[in-house]
Design a protein around this ligand. Structure first.
Ligand code: ZN
Length: 248
């Protein structure tokens, strides 16, 4: 079997322009076998239905994020900040019943021999922000696989297990960086397609190559103005529109 390329996308957040740019970038370098998502397909952005329809044209699997569960009525938006809650209610109102059923059906974790996927973490798939050393240690303790992939923080990051008694190493991953899936146990976060929060407004994603055993991280320019215009049109909260340009 030849190399298998899987696009690893997280926190798309109904940003169709960003999703299209990322898929064009990924497919420009070779065929994609599948798309894996770390959740938060909807929420914040202006085109939830269009994003779901596009993703479902691929061999696609996703875990559930907090925004997916809120938009499909599984959880309420009490724990959301007011702008996020407003945008989530608007997103929910755009979705067809079949979209909501699809979101409701998403598992909290997906695990195979080598990889575990969760939106937040294995300990708390819906809510935990895996961005601190204690959170990373908790994740490594729970991992029954050498590698795990998470989202939710909207920051591309890798944690490496440095072994018993040592704190995990971690680093922010840049555009074009290749991470080898080798001996060390790793937690990988591809960052957010639809609402980056590391100060770089470009869409973030990664490609997993199961032949080469690598994950390559990318940043892709997209038409931010197109998404912002659609958000204005929808009457979505102004701070959510502005933050796309800042990448925070
Ligand atoms: Zn998110």
């Amino acid at each position: 079997m030849g190399p298998v390329r899987i696009a690893v996308l997280s926190d798309i957040h109904a940003n169709l322009a960003a999703l299209e740019a990322v898929l064009a970038h990924a497919e420009g370098q070779g065929s994609l076998e599948a798309i894996w998502s770390l959740g938060d397909l909807v929420g914040y952005g202006p085109q939830p239905r269009e994003c779901l329809a596009l993703l479902r044209r691929y061999t696609f699997q996703s875990v559930a994020g907090n925004h997916d569960l809120a938009a499909s009525g599984v959880i309420d938006t009490r724990a959301f900040n007011p702008a996020a809650a407003t945008a989530n209610h608007w997103n929910a109102a755009q979705l067809a019943d079949a979209d909501k059923e699809f979101l409701k059906s998403l598992p909290l974790t997906i695990t195979d021999d080598e990889l575990a996927l969760a939106h937040g973490s294995l300990r708390d798939p819906v809510w935990e922000y895996l961005i601190t050393l204690p959170a990373a240690i908790g994740q490594f303790q729970r991992m029954e696989t050498p590698y795990s992939i998470v989202g939710h923080t909207h920051v591309p990051l890798v944690f490496e297990d440095a072994g018993e008694g040592s704190l995990p190493e971690y680093w922010a991953v840049g555009d074009g960086e290749i991470v080898e899936l080798g001996e060390s146990r790793l937690i990988l976060n591809p960052g957010s397609v639809g609402q980056p929060r590391d100060g770089d407004p470009r869409a973030a994603y990664a490609v997993l190559d199961t032949g080469a055993k690598t994950m390559t991280f990318y940043r892709v320019e997209y038409e931010i103005k197109r998404t912002q215009a659609a958000m204005h049109e929808a009457g979505l909260p102004e701070p959510l529109i502005k933050r796309l340009r800042r990448g925070r």
